[in-house]
Design a protein around this ligand. Structure first.
Ligand code: ATP
Length: 346
């Protein structure tokens, strides 16, 4: 697929602080990327560099094959064909909904039904005359998205677009926004520090830490085959265990476990990463003995906390299990692991 956005070797410092350290990434047409990382890791700075609000120290930024930033060129933001949706406060308070959406359109485009079309796409038809202060937070963000998409920009950048909203609204807006972006055929980057948001909205997730891209892959790969322990715990719950690896097999308190082929581990001491849903809780004797510490039932699944004591090691493990079977506190069970495990050098 054609590359819409291509960054190579982007660096940005603020005095002695390195905000972006040799960032390279590529986005193809119609792809949605989540830029996922903890607070202060450089996500906003990267978006601002792409949009042209911030000037990198070096590197190259290409949009649709054209350099918009390099050692000799710095195309201003308004000529980069970018739609930007900030965290909040994106709308002009003195303009009504329709005028906000029409803002970036040419005179000819304003005479078409583009504004209505966009408002319908974000589920805000009929609210053209409302002023921003008469809208809920979620509605304001929908209008901001409609405004960003209206001029059909090459790329849409969303900087934590739901962070000011409550959890329930955030979850439902995620789905709507993903659907809208896909319907518009938009190529987009969504900045977030919320792993669920990244996983559920994006085609590809880029994990960023201290200004460096650590891993870029589809959500399944990031979740099941994280690059290191930090990425593993950042994108979900993970159990870490000491083990010895030899010939792609890990010896741990769960006996021999196959090491996933994607691991670059060499033989020797290792740390295994196991997701809670990889555990099977069975009868005593059907695995490593463990004692149930607590069992939280969620309906579709349960989260069982278990205490495992095996030779000299003692540890608490979380297992997520589907189905009806409930285990009582204090019950002794047999714990085993399904599938292969990720192993990292200890
Ligand atoms: P958050 O999730 O909290 O918004 P972020 O990942 O978006 O964080 P950035 O806002 O990109 O992080 O900031 C990266 C680093 O650069 C931070 O340490 C920040 O303090 C610093 N920084 C950002 N902008 C400036 C600036 N204009 N001057 C000085 N330092 C800055």
């Amino acid at each position: 697929m054609k590359s819409k956005l291509h960054l190579t070797g982007i660096c940005k410092t603020f005095g002695t602080l390195t905000a972006l350290d040799d960032v390279s990434l590529e986005l193809s047409t119609g792809q949605i990327m989540a830029l996922l990382g903890p607070s202060g890791c450089g996500k906003t700075t990267l978006l601002r560099c792409i949009a042209g609000f911030e000037v990198p120290d070096n590197g190259v930024i290409k949009i649709e094959g054209n350099n918009v930033y390099d050692a000799h060129r710095n195309i201003p933001p308004e000529k980069r064909s970018i739609g930007y949706v900030p965290q909040e406060g994106a709308l002009f308070p003195h303009l009504n909904v329709a005028k906000n959406v029409a803002f970036g359109l040419s005179r000819t485009e304003r005479q078409t039904n583009r504004v209505e079309e966009m408002l319908e796409m974000v589920g805000m038809e009929g609210l053209q005359k409302r002023m921003p202060h008469e809208l809920s937070g979620g509605q304001q963000q929908r209008v901001a998205l409609a405004r960003a998409l209206a001029p059909s920009p090459s790329i849409v950048l969303l900087d934590e677009p739901f962070s000011a909203l409550d959890a329930g609204l955030r979850a439902s807006l995620r789905e709507d926004v993903r659907r809208t972006l896909k319907q518009a055929g938009a190529t987009a980057i969504i900045v977030t520090h919320d792993q669920e948001e990244a996983m559920s909205m994006a085609d590809v997730v880029s994990v960023i830490r201290s200004g460096k891209i650590i891993q870029t892959a589809d959500p399944e790969t990031i979740y099941h085959y994280p690059e290191d322990e930090e990425v593993a715990s950042f994108v979900g719950e993970a159990v870490f265990l000491p083990a010895i690896v030899r010939d792609n097999e890990a010896q741990s308190i769960f006996g021999p476990l196959p090491v996933n082929q994607r691991c670059r581990i060499v033989d020797g001491e290792a740390t295994l990463m196991i997701r809670p849903e990889q555990f099977t809780v069975g009868e005593p004797g059907e695995g490593t003995p463990a004692r149930v510490v607590s069992n939280v039932y969620f309906g579709h699944d349960s989260l069982v906390r278990l205490h495992v004591s095996h030779s000299s090691s003692e540890m608490e493990i979380s297992a997520r299990i589907l189905g009806m079977k409930r285990f009582g506190e204090g019950e002794v069970v047999g714990l085993s692991v399904k599938g292969s495990v990720m192993a990292y050098k200890a």
